[in-house]
Design a protein around this ligand. Structure first.
Ligand code: KG4
Ligand code: ZN
Length: 337
């Protein structure tokens, strides 16, 4: 089986080809980070235009790398939402056009389902498993029970965790995207100098919150002499990163309790999303999984951040079950799993 996947829901224009035996034949990603950097964040209209300029080029490149023709595909999958609607429209229309011209089925994939199923592409694990999805747009804990069968155990009540990293970075004068910079500065800092709140820690349920922490960073930065010294920047970054990691660990620990009680046959804790790159968070999760007797799975970073291989793979899983979509599918800016 050969499926072409297209991802355009945020700021990566991506195309990939995956087969039914979990081989990635091609996986190309064009990041728009440089396009958006001058604005300090993603500008939806600018993103949509860049997707329009590049989507067909990415598809052509992926087809070339895989050395196949459209006629050899079994189906064409694209992210159908949730995401920035201009970009989603570009990806969906590109996939529909190829599907129509090549007479192949079209699959609209939920972007979150793409993240949720990635661990079955990289590690061939069985359902059910517990997923922490931590990205710039999402922060959720999901019990992944089967294709199309997800139980949300917790979500953020305000900002996504990656968004919190990006905003905190901006407040201490670091560039966009902020997560990797916070991590780099935190490595040189003292996490014990500024103790910031651990949002939601000890509260019932598994929801996240980051707006209070963000505000605490703002007040802390306001109280420090300007311009901030390198040591101050490093110490704030370290304090912030520790607060995020511990808050997320607390929420995940509760979700593990819930998950293992309700689905005792589950064996894995999986992480996805760009924030999965964060080493402080990974350390906490590795520890939690070990304590609970779960295997911790972190797919390679390239497959944790937005990519089209995860969309093609979700396409494989859905196509096997006959879950194809019509060409009348309408892109969905909001689409809860
Ligand atoms: O999954 P992703 O590539 O895009 C979506 O948002 O869907 O995630 C990007 C987010 C950004 O907010 C970025 O700052 C964050 O992931 N990020 C990190 C790290 N690397 C990327 N956050 C913390 N630590 C990192 N090392
Ligand atoms: Zn994503």
């Amino acid at each position: 089986m050969l499926i072409l996947g297209i991802e355009t829901s945020c700021d990566e224009t991506a195309a990939a080809i995956v087969d039914g035996d979990r081989h990635i034949l091609a996986d190309v990603v064009l990041s728009q980070i440089d396009v958006h950097r001058p604005y300090g964040g993603i500008v939806p209209e600018v993103a949509a235009r860049a997707h329009l300029e590049n989507a067909d080029l990415m598809v052509a490149e992926a087809m070339k790398q895989a050395g196949i023709s459209f006629a050899q595909l079994d189906a064409v999958a694209a992210t159908g939402g949730p995401g920035l609607i201009g970009g989603v429209m570009v990806g969906v229309m590109t996939a529909k056009a190829i599907a129509l011209a090549a007479q192949k089925p079209f699959l609209a994939v939920n972007h979150l389902e793409g993240h949720a199923l990635t661990a079955r592409l990289t590690d061939d694990i069985a359902f059910p498993y517990l997923l922490l999805l931590a990205s710039g747009g999402h922060c959720q804990l999901l019990a992944v029970l089967g294709v199309g069968d997800y139980r949300r155990l917790g979500t953020t009540i305000d900002d996504a965790v990656g968004e919190a990293f990006d905003k905190a970075a901006k407040m201490i004068g670091l560039g966009y995207p902020g997560g990797p910079q916070i991590q780099a500065w935190a490595a040189k800092g003292d996490a014990a100098r500024f103790i910031l709140p651990r949002p939601m820690k000890g509260k019932p349920g598994c929801d996240f919150s980051f707006s209070g922490l963000k505000n605490a960073v703002r007040l802390l930065v306001e109280s420090l002499p300007k311009p901030l010294s390198d040591q101050d920047i490093a110490d704030v970054a370290a304090g912030f990163q520790a607060a995020v990691a511990q808050s997320m660990a607390d929420r995940t620990r509760r979700a593990i309790e819930l998950f293992t009680r309700q689905w005792p046959q589950g064996k894995h804790l999986v992480v996805a999303g760009g924030v999965a790159a964060n080493s402080a968070l990974r350390a906490e999760l590795t520890n939690l999984a070990a304590k609970a007797g779960l295997t911790f799975i972190a797919p390679p970073l390239k497959l944790c951040t937005d990519n089209a291989a995860m969309i093609a793979w979700a396409g494989v899983e859905r196509f096997r079950l006959g879950l194809v979509d019509g060409l009348d599918f309408a892109p969905r800016p909001r689409w809860p799993l």
